[in-house]
Design a protein around this ligand. Structure first.
Ligand SMILES: [Ca+2]
Length: 419
């Protein structure tokens, strides 16, 4: 299978060492890097022979985790090394899309129209799911839209070969070994068989892209046919499983996930951040208002494009959506798409589109300069996370500008003139 493998001669002893390394690491909490078969200097682990050897050495671990020998052997019959998943796993996300472009596509007109139509088609099912789990049907629809474009992009790759390759390969080996064991337990429960267990390259399956561990924890058989079938064209079990996931992640019935707000002039942006939760009355007393005039729930305020862009009060239900995918932009995209599918408006406030967004390299430069000024943002990676935002806020406070934590051209200029 692997063209790379054929270029190297790997001795039987080396393969055994490699396999043993994988097994030893499997029980530890180490990162994937320690699973990388370092003993074969210069050689890629990309080899069918290496994978098959690893499968034999991993067998006792799977069995001790509760996978029967029959399940293991039956599933692993279809495991083949897949260089494509390794290529995808290593691909760096170096493009950097402005948040408004992400949200534009998340809650686009076409996706909204499709979602509204399907919400009518599945109205009865969605009502039953909402009745059982208390999760807003429009949010369930939005996750369906975000994860697979309403079932159109569920992924057609067999999960077992993908997960076996990723578990063996090593970069995030431990994580994928756990996912592989979870996938084997799903097969053992009889919900599907290895050939029909399909999904995306990294193991996300079905209409709402459940990883195997999430499936084991949250998937439900809602239509009562005896199988938690998230692979079927019928989305019922997938949608109910998604509602089950959100309910267990703390969903509060009747609470919006995100409410677009207008902030008063002179608002102290040092208060932004989803974790800085205040009651709706406290925000209202500061002059914060919902753009649609509704009473504010309690939550934190985020301004994803800084002081020049729109702001949102985000609640416990925003946090529940983040449990699905730990990204503020994702959760905001789900909330906005759900709002639109339910007949509500999109985002009212204007993003600072004309100002553009920093490139990946410019974001790295922001991080380097913050580090140089003594703010610890860790290894620059061009991804503005919570650590970097906190450092930006501290820097902005120090130089006396509104501490919105947003990395834009003005901030970069301010950093360049001081570092
Ligand atoms: Ca079912």
């Amino acid at each position: 299978m692997s063209s790379i493998f054929t270029k190297f001669t790997i001795s039987v002893a080396a393969v055994a060492l490699l396999a043993g390394c994988g097994v030893r690491s499997a029980g530890s909490v180490s990162t994937g890097s320690s699973v990388t078969p370092a003993p074969i200097t210069g050689a890629s682990p990309a080899s069918e022979a290496g994978l098959q050897n690893w499968i034999q050495s991993f067998r006792p671990r799977a069995i001790s985790s509760g996978v029967s020998p029959a399940t293991y052997d039956r599933a692993m019959r279809i495991a083949r090394y897949n260089p494509e998943v390794i290529r995808l796993d290593r691909k760096q996300a170096e493009f950097s899309r402005p948040v408004w472009e992400y949200l534009d596509s998340a809650a686009s007109d076409s996706r909204t129209t499709k979602g509204r139509g399907l919400a009518r088609t599945y109205s009865g099912t969605l009502g039953q799911i909402e009745g059982r789990y208390g999760v807003d049907r429009n949010i369930v629809m939005a996750i369906w839209g975000m994860e697979s474009n309403f079932g159109g992009n569920r992924g057609k790759m067999q999960i077992i070969p993908s997960l076996a390759t990723l578990a063996y390969d090593g970069r995030r080996g431990e994580m994928f070994q756990n996912q592989l064991i979870a996938a084997l337990k799903i097969l053992q429960a009889g919900d599907t068989d290895p050939e029909h267990m399909l999904g995306s390259w990294a193991g996300a399956m079905g209409h709402t892209q459940f990883m195997p561990t999430s499936y084991l924890a949250y998937a439900v058989d809602f239509n009562g046919d005896g199988r938690r079938d998230i692979w079927s064209d019928d989305p019922t079990d997938s949608l109910a499983s998604t509602a089950s996931y959100l309910k267990r992640s703390g969903w509060v019935p009747g609470l919006p996930a995100a409410v677009e707000v207008r902030l008063p002039s002179g608002f102290n942006y040092g208060q932004t951040g989803r974790s800085n939760v205040k009651s709706g009355a406290t925000w209202a007393a500061q002059g914060v208002r919902a753009v649609d005039g509704r009473t504010l729930p309690s939550g934190g305020i985020i301004a994803p494009a800084g002081a020049q862009g729109p702001a949102f009060l985000v609640t416990k239900n925003f946090i529940a959506i983040r449990a699905y995918n730990a990204s503020d932009n994702y959760a905001l995209g789900v909330a906005m798409l759900g709002n639109r599918i339910g007949g509500g408006p999109g985002i009212v406030g204007a993003f600072p589109r004309e100002a553009g967004a920093l490139t990946h390299n410019e974001k790295e430069e922001v991080q380097r300069r913050l580090n140089r000024l003594g703010y610890d943002v860790g290894e620059p990676d061009g991804a503005i996370g919570e650590k970097t935002m906190a450092a930006i806020k501290a820097f902005q406070q120090r130089i006396g500008v509104s501490p919105d934590g947003y990395a834009n051209a003005a901030l970069l200029q301010q950093l360049r003139s001081r570092s």
